[in-house]
Design a protein around this ligand. Structure first.
Ligand code: AHG
Ligand code: MN
Ligand code: MN
Ligand code: MN
Length: 336
């Protein structure tokens, strides 16, 4: 009867989260409602990405964002979809998006208990060539009542209640952690539902892949240079690691989570804080890595211990298999 059970026992995201929520007697379903609005945004972006070329969605929007990046039409469109979906959920008070210079403070009547930080479209440089892209998000609980202020979102990543991403690749995959491990869901387009396909994801303790933009090698610091050298010319008799770099953080992290290995965007002379943004790229992916048994290191400290001072702050990041990140930590420790 297993086959029958499969057909009738559809473990959707909503059902999965409701099960998790049942552990919190005081929960009123607010988180489930919030998540259902994030999922709605992802379904919209997925359908837009799948017809980007047809719907004239490739190319530039003709604007530049606070990062100094030329915004793509899909960046702007997906940002608007997520902002509207989150505000309309009535469960958020502050939103931080890569595509908005300032934090968005939700009007009082629509306010809820959560702050959401998100990258509506990650890997924008890959949109026009149809390579995998994604959406990344993290969720904080408002610390206390009263008028929400910016320091409600300038919290260390370890305070996040939940984090996740949606990858728009050969299949649309939603990966989520609410602090009880990591689970992956795949969109069944015929149902318009994300179904549990990767229960309890655990990252291998050590991997055979390293993932970095080697084009920045001339600007790396000593420990990073030494680490990448060890990946290519191991001195302990082990075989060299393979290099896989897609250039969309969501896709590189998803592969690292499932296959093991390490993803790094190190500091370099040109960008001493690296490129990736703390709130909506580094924190959510570090949260997932730790929940899956891996770890995430900034070159100085555990990534989730960072306390951001600005909403678009950047940090170097090394994340992935526990043992691989340990090797990086040893090289930075030796440098001190
Ligand atoms: P975004 O498209 O949201 O601005 O993020 C792009 C990021 C991330 O997705 C990826 O890991 C990194 O940029 C790639 O940077 P390089 O092209 O410098 O390697
Ligand atoms: Mn960008
Ligand atoms: Mn990004
Ligand atoms: Mn982005």
């Amino acid at each position: 009867h297993a086959a029958d059970a499969l057909r009738t026992d559809l473990m959707t995201i909503t059902r999965f989260v409701l099960n998790e929520q049942s552990k919190y007697p005081e929960s009123r379903g607010d988180f489930t409602i919030l998540l259902s609005h994030i999922v709605l945004g992802c379904k919209f972006v997925c359908s837009s990405v799948n017809k980007a070329g047809l719907a004239k969605l490739i190319g530039l929007a003709g604007e530049t964002n606070v990062q100094g990046e030329e915004q793509k039409k899909l960046d702007v469109l997906s940002n608007e979809v997520f902002v509207k979906a989150l505000v309309s959920s009535g469960r958020t008070s502050i939103l931080v998006s890569e595509e908005d210079e300032e934090a968005i403070f939700v009007e009082a009547p629509k306010r809820g208990r959560y702050c959401v930080v998100f990258d509506p479209l990650d890997g924008s440089s890959n949109i026009d060539c149809s390579v995998s892209i994604g959406t990344i998000f993290g969720i904080y609980m408002l610390k206390d009542g009263g008028e929400p202020t910016l320091d409600e979102v300038l919290q260390p990543g370890k305070n996040m209640l939940a984090a996740g991403y949606c990858m728009y690749g050969s299949s649309c995959t939603f990966v989520l952690s609410t602090g009880e491990g990591v689970n992956g869901f795949t969109l069944d387009p015929s149902l318009g539902e994300f179904i549990l396909t990767h229960p309890d994801i655990k990252i291998p303790k050590k991997g055979k892949i390293y993932s970095v933009n080697e084009g920045n090698a001339k600007n790396w610091d000593g420990p990073t240079t030494k680490y990448v050298e060890k990946c290519k010319f191991p001195t302990d008799g082990s075989s060299s690691k393979s290099l896989r770099y897609i250039g969309s953080m969501v896709a590189d992290v998803h592969r690292t989570l499932l296959y093991g290995g390490i993803f790094l965007y190190p500091a370099d002379k040109k960008s001493p804080s690296g490129k990736l943004r703390v709130l909506y790229e580094v924190f959510p992916m570090s949260f997932l890595m730790e929940q899956a048994g891996g770890q995430a290191f900034t070159g100085k400290q555990r990534a989730l211990d960072l306390v951001p001072k600005k909403i678009h702050e950047r940090s170097p990041i090394f994340m992935g298999s526990y043992d691989d990140v340990e090797d990086v930590k040893a090289l930075y420790a030796a440098e001190e």
